[in-house]
Design a protein around this ligand. Structure first.
Ligand SMILES: C[S@@+](CC[C@H](N)C(=O)[O-])C[C@H]1O[C@@H](n2cnc3c(N)ncnc32)[C@H](O)[C@@H]1O
Length: 282
């Protein structure tokens, strides 16, 4: 059986051994513009896109977490080039999300980097699975009515939209806020470029059906695999570096990711919560 494995391999070579339409969801973060040296890998994002497209089930998604390096004063733009290339391969760009995080370096000549991109690429016109219930938190002002709201009409004039009622729960929009770091795991912190446990758990539960198969072709410390296992999904993790493969295997034996209690949707920059603007969808 291929599922529930962490394999040490080049991701393209390994995916080539799988049959088409095999995987429910990919979740990964590629090395950012060769920012780190991972034992002499070759970064063939186009080749990987082709293999991901072939092996992904129709209705599945690739969740691609990425940021661009800054080289000689300019962002490389590689993440956008890759997004367009993946669309040429056949993927739809289902959504571009912002992963908001706390930047650490305070550059004198640049803004501090507080975000990454999460591109969600889809195969086919309709997703097989989408569930965001677990991302919802209680509204601060549940079931409150807001009067006198207006919309901009096509002619540019304001039209009264009537009464808007907030729901009991609210969910993120397209900005996702996660603390980043080792998640308190000594094993995980041995890898230099991990993503948050909760990010992996959220997106797996959002896009992969129960018992479905999640693949991370840049598995690193195995965050995706641990999140998949913790949420009753199957996993395949692929990493070219044996040291990281060993860390991932050990994490799978020792760790379980739990959903935090009392989760909050992040505040807006002006300090107000977005509560008042969330309306429960029907
Ligand atoms: C940004 S890290 C991913 C970290 C992971 N998201 C986590 O939370 O631990 C990228 C990983 O891709 C691996 N890698 C780079 N090129 C690869 C390739 N061609 N095939 C498989 N893995 C590769 C590196 O060894 C590294 O561990």
């Amino acid at each position: 059986m291929i599922e529930n494995k962490i394999v040490c391999s080049d991701n393209i070579e390994y995916l080539k051994t799988l049959e088409s339409e095999y995987i429910d969801m990919f979740l990964c973060s590629p090395p950012y513009d060769n920012l780190r040296d991972y034992n002499g890998y070759t970064l063939d994002l186009h080749g990987l896109g082709v293999e991901m497209f072939r092996t992904l089930k129709t209705g599945g998604v690739v969740v691609w977490v990425v940021q661009d390096a800054c080289v000689k004063g300019t962002r490389t733009g590689s993440s956008f080039r890759t997004a367009l290339d993946f669309m040429d391969i056949g993927f739809g760009l289902w959504e571009t999300l912002i992963y908001q995080r706390r930047g650490v370096w305070n550059h004198k000549t640049r803004f501090r980097m507080d975000h990454e991109y999460i591109f969600v690429f889809s195969k086919g016109n309709k997703l097989t699975y989408f569930d965001k219930e677990h991302m919802k938190v209680p509204c601060k002002h549940p079931l409150k009515e807001y009067h006198g709201t207006t919309n901009m009409g096509k002619d540019g004039k304001r039209v009264k939209a009537g009464v808007i009622k907030s729901g009991e729960n609210k969910c993120n929009g397209t900005i996702f806020n996660y603390n980043f770091g080792g998640d308190g795991s000594k094993l995980k912190s041995k890898h230099p470029a991990v993503f948050p446990n909760l990010l992996a758990l959220d997106f797996i539960e959002c896009f992969c059906p129960k018992d479905g198969l999640v693949c991370d072709p840049y598995s690193g410390s195995g965050t995706t695999a641990v999140a998949a296992k913790s949420s009753d999904r199957k996993y395949i993790g692929i990493d070219i570096n044996q040291e990281y493969v060993d860390i991932a295997k050990q994490r799978l034996e020792e760790e379980f990711i739990r959903r935090p209690q009392n989760r909050k949707v992040p505040n807006t920059p002006n300090g107000k919560t977005m509560d008042d603007f969330y309306v429960e969808e029907s």
